[in-house]
Design a protein around this ligand. Structure first.
Ligand code: COA
Length: 174
């Protein structure tokens, strides 16, 4: 069963808790979404609340995928730039699919839904994102049409002796 995607769903306590569970479960399974395991929901809550505040300002759009049982199963945030010369593309952040659902094509569906959402935004011509090197994620994004356009060596320190590249990926929308 494919996921059902919604752009900008109402922010309810159920959605907030579903996002916190998703983010924590993905992080604790080793996902590259800003944290390293072990992480608790309460460690993640401030980051999520920052996203909610930016959503209320209109700079961030939330894309949520739910499984057939209605659980929050995938998400991504589309963020507009505040720089006046960079308003023609958006950032994509926090791309994640719940570990129980990974490897079923849902990640690709999520990025297709994100591209559709970005195309629906006035004046947006590209999606840019960064990913952590060393996990094969470049291959995932390439399978979704993105191209690697830059790489900052060792910019991400996941542990004292474990630096990873910060890889910049781009999807032109036209
Ligand atoms: C990365 C992620 C979103 C991919 O979602 P998914 O549902 O597992 O991916 P899909 O099943 O849609 O896979 C699409 C393609 O990408 C490949 N792929 C998926 N994850 C990959 C990975 N980590 N490394 C290399 N290739 C990967 C798949 O093999 C598939 O290729 P194929 O069609 O040639 O078989 C998901 O694994 C995830 O949430 N990971 C943890 C969080 C994370 O690290 N997010 C990235 C933030 S930059």
């Amino acid at each position: 069963m494919p996921l059902t995607f919604t752009l900008d769903p109402a922010v309810t306590p159920e959605l907030r808790d579903g996002l916190l569970d998703l983010w924590a479960d993905v992080s604790n399974a080793g996902g590259a979404v800003g944290f390293v395991p072990p992480v608790a929901r309460e460690d993640i809550r401030p980051s999520l609340l920052k996203h909610f505040a930016a959503m209320a300002e209109g700079d961030v759009r939330l894309l949520v995928g739910r499984d057939e049982e209605g659980r929050v199963a995938a998400t991504a945030f589309l963020t507009r730039n505040t720089h006046r010369l960079m308003t023609h593309w958006v950032w994509l952040y926090t791309v994640m699919v719940h570990p129980r659902h990974q490897g079923k094509g849902y990640g690709r569906d999520l990025l297709a839904a994100a591209a559709d959402a970005a195309r629906g935004l006035e004046g947006i011509e590209a999606i840019r994102l960064t990913c952590r090197g060393g996990l094969g994620l470049e291959r995932f994004y390439e399978s979704c049409g993105y191209k690697e356009v830059g790489r900052i060596p060792g910019a991400i320190r996941v542990a004292p002796d474990d630096d990873r590249d910060d890889v910049i990926m781009l999807l032109p929308l036209r």
